[in-house]
Design a protein around this ligand. Structure first.
Ligand SMILES: Nc1ncnc2c1ncn2[C@@H]1O[C@H](COP(=O)(O)OP(=O)(O)OP(=O)(O)O)[C@@H](O)[C@H]1O
Ligand SMILES: *[C@@H]1O[C@H](CO)[C@@H](O)[C@H](O)[C@H]1NC(C)=O
Length: 307
């Protein structure tokens, strides 16, 4: 297996409403969408759609929501044998209300994702050893993410650590053991206290993360692209291609899935080229509505991205 993702699986339940309800108020929604999400699952799907051989390590409840994830992953050929189920919690759910104006409000109940333990990750040690890249985030029990970092590090497997959703007081391993540490602007600010609103501030924020032990730091900057600071401390802004964005949800996950794909299948490419290509893949995803469904397949992308 080339890419192993340790992370969250969440069912998105999206209700489209004319306006958000007041406290205590019941309103009638216009339509409903139920789909598979979660940062871990999204990143895994993003890499798999580009053609990566992927394994997912995660936790679902023993409920009907879990079946949807299984069906979706299996249809993409993702190895699902390390996604286990618990009776102690429901499958993670994000209840999302979207107003006509585009304004939304979201409640995420991590549920089973919090039950993913270090032992679940250790069970997959043979796969991790053989992997080219391990990807982890912060949407599952942190012990599972740290175990993934440790196993990848001791076995000299590259690890992309996406410190999302934003959190503070992370254990030192997340900085020291990751090969590529990736965050967006608000996560960078949360971790470093440096408001990221320019190249200079992105560089200062990346510098602080490197002082904590990070090797390569990547700060994604939405439509402006991504700031890359490499192991030699050289920083460069990689511009995103100008596109007409219709839905940017999951852009970060598309970017990380693509980066994992390039690190696994094009290890000789310069890191800068990998990031440029990942920006192009993510820019493709923002031009379509939806999350996993908006991630492009290899066939939909220009050939130059696969030379
Ligand atoms: N409007 C856009 N046009 C072109 N590329 C974009 C746009 N928005 C995002 N991207 C691409 O996606 C990458 C990740 O976006 P962003 O920094 O918004 O991540 P994020 O905040 O984690 O995403 P989200 O929370 O929306 O899923 C960017 O580095 C960029 O390459
Ligand atoms: C960064 O990602 C978080 C999820 O971890 C999201 O809530 C936030 O809006 C993002 N910030 C930006 C500036 O895109």
């Amino acid at each position: 297996m080339a890419v192993v993702v340790v992370g969250s699986l969440i069912t998105d339940i999206i209700s489209y409403v004319e306006r958000l309800p007041q406290p205590g108020e019941t309103i009638r929604g216009k339509s409903l969408f139920i789909g598979c999400g979660g940062k871990g699952a999204n990143q895994c799907v993003a890499a798999a759609k580009l053609g990566a051989e992927c394994t997912m390590i995660g936790k679902l409840g023993s409920d009907s929501f879990s079946e949807m994830h299984e069906t979706s992953f299996k249809s993409l050929g993702i190895n699902f044998e390390h996604v286990s189920r618990t009776d102690e919690a429901f499958t993670g759910v994000a209840q999302i209300l979207v107003e006509e104006t585009g304004q939304n409000s979201i409640v995420i109940v991590p549920g089973a994702n919090d039950k993913l333990g270090a032992e679940n990750v250790r069970k997959a040690v043979a796969l991790i050893k053989e992997a080219c890249v391990v990807v982890a985030q912060l949407e599952v029990n942190i012990e599972a993410s740290v175990e993934a970092l440790k196993l990848a590090f001791t076995n000299e497997v590259k690890i992309i650590f996406n410190a999302a959703p934003a959190a503070s007081n992370l254990p030192s391993e997340v900085y020291q053991l990751s090969s590529v540490f990736c965050v967006n602007e608000s996560e960078a600010e949360m971790l470093t206290g440096e408001k990221v609103d320019s190249i200079e501030s992105a560089d200062r924020s990346a510098q602080i993360l490197q002082e904590r032990g990070c090797k390569v730091v990547l700060i994604t900057l939405g439509s402006r692209g991504a700031y890359l600071k490499d192991e030699a401390n050289n920083g460069i802004l990689i511009a995103a291609p100008p596109v007409k964005a219709v839905d940017t949800t999951g852009a970060g996950d598309s970017f990380i899935g693509a980066l994992a794909y390039y690190m696994a299948y094009y290890p000789k490419l310069p890191l800068q080229t990998m990031v440029e290509r990942s920006c192009q893949v993510a820019a493709f995803s923002v031009q379509k509505p939806g999350t996993q469904i908006s991630f492009p397949t290899k066939e939909e992308l220009p050939e130059e991205l696969f030379l």
